[in-house]
Design a protein around this ligand. Structure first.
Ligand code: CAA
Length: 240
């Protein structure tokens, strides 16, 4: 029987590429989405990957949603915490709401997604936790105090989970994508985006599939001794 993988924010952008890469690698995949019903329906129709709607910022919704996926598809072996949002503003203009929305989704959302699955993985003695962080969690970013804080927090989560899960056959790792050609990056004003691309030695934005391939590797048995690590995939823009 194929392993089951859950990808949050898995019907658009980097998440969609991850869902498809895992399906192509033989997993049974469930993709979550928060609000865009049309995009999710189109994604499911085109790929055959089931999509589920819940808000990762809400613990009870996440617990109920993951339980439903397990009832439909079987125990979740691979969880990819990918769902994330931006609410960019220079700090002097950042509102408490912008801070909390980003923390609730990007940081609390990781807890809410992984925590309901953790005991099952421990009991089955296998699990793969993969968290999609960001280059901006490593280097910080103008107008992203909220986002950078959550993405740096993601790295603390995987380094701690790696230690707790190791004896139970669970690995936890992060990927820090650089600037990838998605709606999120396209929302950055064009002039700013051009100046960012100019800082990428590769000379272009990354492609979602370039991140998805990192996920497929970390999920595989080949990556069994990689635990608590961060894969940096940013075209050479920033070295850790
Ligand atoms: N470094 C230094 N200064 C910067 C800057 C930067 N990176 N970006 C903007 N500024 C400066 C501007 O030059 C301007 O200065 P002046 O006032 O002297 O002209 C000032 O900051 C902008 O101030 P505003 O009051 O006009 O700013 P604003 O309230 O209109 O906000 C912004 C504009 C939100 C900062 C907008 O420029 C923006 O969206 N920037 C991009 C932020 C970014 O990189 N986000 C990443 C999104 S993609 C992502 O997050 C995915 C991932 O993981 C990589």
């Amino acid at each position: 029987m194929s392993r089951v993988a859950l990808v949050t924010g898995g019907s658009r952008g980097i998440g969609a590429a991850i869902s498809i890469a895992l399906k192509d690698a033989g997993y049974t995949v469930a993709a979550t989405y928060a609000g865009n019903d049309d995009a999710a329906a189109k994604f499911t129709e085109e790929t055959g990957i089931k999509s589920y709607k819940w808000n990762v910022a809400d613990y009870n919704e996440s617990a109920a949603g993951t339980a439903q996926v397990e009832a439909d598809l079987g125990p979740i072996d691979v969880v990819v915490a990918n769902a994330g949002i931006t609410r960019d503003a220079p700090f002097h203009k950042m509102t408490p709401q912008q801070w909390h929305e980003v923390v609730d989704t990007n940081l609390n959302g990781v807890f809410n997604t992984v925590h309901p699955l953790w005991n099952g993985m421990r009991e089955r003695k296998f699990g793969r936790v993969i968290v999609i962080s960001s280059i901006n969690g490593q280097k910080g970013q103008f107008a992203q105090v909220n986002y950078a804080a959550t993405k740096a927090g993601d790295l603390g989560i995987v380094k701690s989970l790696a230690q707790e899960g190791a004896r139970a056959g669970i690995t936890a790792n992060a990927i820090c994508p650089g600037y990838i050609a998605t709606d999120m990056v396209n929302a950055v004003p064009e002039k700013v985006r051009d100046s960012i691309v100019a800082q990428i030695p590769t000379g272009r934005l990354g492609e979602p599939e370039e991140i998805a391939r990192c996920v497929a590797f970390l999920a595989s048995d080949d990556a069994s001794f990689i635990n608590g690590s961060t894969i940096t995939a940013n075209g050479g823009q920033f070295f850790v």
